[in-house]
Design a protein around this ligand. Sequence first.
Ligand code: AMP
Length: 309
Amino acid sequence: MGIAVVGSIGLDTIQTPAGRVHEVLGGSAAYFSLAARHFMPVSVVAVVGDDFPREARALLDQPDVDLGGLEVQEGKTFRWEGVYSDDMNTRATIRTELNVFERFDPQLAQRTRSLRNVFLANIDPVLQRGVLEQLDRPRLVLADTMNYWIRNKRDELMETLKRVRILIINEEEAREVTGEALTHKAARAILSLGPETVVIKQGEHGAFLQGPEVFFTCPAYPIETVIDPTGAGDSFAGGFVGALARMTRVNDHNLRRAVVYGCVLASFAVEGFGVSGLAHANRDAILARAEAIADMTRFSLSDTARILR
Ligand code: AMP
């Protein structure tokens, strides 16, 4: 029982109105694993260079995170640098250095091949497919991507999407993939590219889920002090995939609950630089925020018919 994740592990340099950090642990698979481990063990499939600092590895080396599939190759680790606007709603990528990811050819260990759940986190869609092809009998295949891959490897991404059951994607990226200006239309257009369900992440506005028969929207958990939004999307995916993988059936009820856990894990991620915010997530804190969201969104229409003229 567990989730395989392929994605980036790297060193991020991040500037937000709250400050700046230089080469801290980052990457889509790092945030995903540290969020999803609260639900189910995670096996990381990724690569770092021989310059990957011991302190960064220690942050990742947590209970229920299997690092057996984290290869160390000669060369430099993946690096990314981003700067956020004053309201933190937009960020500019200053540089992306793929480094060892450029020649990475993931080879899964036997115990990883038998895992039934896989998350193809944001990374080259060719690598995403490489991992998918090595799994014996995947049940839940979920994926994410970002503008970098939409622009640079569109055809490969389309090929990967044909084999994805649930796509988790940002709203701007959903628009970019489909060419639809309206997010809801973009979501429905994605359903014709392969996925049976899509989850659209909307930053501080939460997320919504669109399937053939279900539509569900969930607000973000309100955080007083946002320090660094980096990794919120990957942490959302960790909460969503982790919760869904724990449930035996993928149905309307369970999909809705998984979105709530996604929003909860994202809320921890933004409370500190890098992965430090996720360190405060634990069973009780996660449950308390999920209950707060249930309370925030609860309402009844009983008796309201009489207020209509
Ligand atoms: P998020 O804020 O959830 O979109 O994810 C941010 C993380 O994505 C950072 O930790 C980056 O290291 C990582 N990242 C940025 N660009 C890429 C890319 N082109 N491929 C893979 N990972 C990336």
